[in-house]
Design a protein around this ligand. Structure first.
Ligand code: TZP
Ligand code: MG
Length: 215
């Protein structure tokens, strides 16, 4: 299955245009790819469908150039329309089984989870990966209570599909998240809001690799 080959990612980057005023989405995301981002998600909670479609087209072309999987938050129809590699769902979005019927066997389905129960349910329903977070409070997803590193440790013990720790992760705390058991990291504002997104990606990757080596 096509989607199996995309699961090896370690550094996941999500778009957040509010974090880089005056710099274009494609430019910032290309810098993350130069720095080694291994999976990219388009997340646009405020734009129109037409805007999301246009951004998806641009990022589909860009990620293809770098051979990196491209995921779209919230719009399975735009996944199909732009030949993206998968969809990312929230707990309130369409059920995983429904997304699978729409997208077929070759595309990835990821889902945000905030508890071990949600994680195990996602696993049973056929998710390809889950988000575990927000680990720390974050302005990128306001109003959502932090799950802390204790949920990261529970996920590391009990979840068998890939899980990616997300939420408030910076170079200042990523080692704690890795120590808690995460092997895949998503950082949004700490990367796309950085002066140098490529350097930020390289720094995150070297922390992830150091944690591997210490295992
Ligand atoms: N889901 C859980 S936390 C989060 C999302 C989309 C935002 C993560 O952004 P940041 O800037 O890395 O805290
Ligand atoms: Mg959603």
């Amino acid at each position: 299955m096509q989607r199996e080959k995309w699961k090896d990612f370690r550094l996941y980057v999500i778009t957040a245009e509010a974090n880089h005023p005056g710099r274009s989405l494609v430019d910032v995301m290309e810098r993350t790819l130069i720095g080694g981002a291994q999976i990219v998600q388009l997340r646009n909670k405020t734009g129109s469908r037409a805007e999301v479609l246009e951004q998806a087209r641009s990022l589909r072309a860009l990620t293809r150039k770098y051979g990196v999987p491209f995921i779209i938050n919230d719009y399975p129809d735009i996944v199909l329309e732009t030949d993206a590699d998968g969809v990312h769902l929230g707990q309130e979005d369409l059920p995983i089984g429904e997304a699978r019927r729409l997208l077929g066997p070759d595309r990835m389905i990821g889902i945000s989870t905030h508890s071990l129960d949600q994680a195990l349910k996602a696993e049973r329903e056929g998710a390809d990966y889950i988000g575990v977070g927000p680990v720390y409070p974050t302005d990128t997803k306001p109003g959502r209570k932090a799950v802390t590193t204790s949920y990261v440790t529970e996920a590391a013990r009990h979840v068998t599909i890939p899980f990616v720790a997300i939420g408030g992760i910076t170079l200042g705390n990523v080692d704690r998240v890795l120590d808690a058991g995460a092997r895949r990291i998503c950082a949004v504002s700490a990367i796309v809001g950085s002066e140098d997104p490529a350097a930020a990606c390289r720094s995150f990757l070297s922390r992830i690799e150091a944690a591997d080596a210490a295992q």
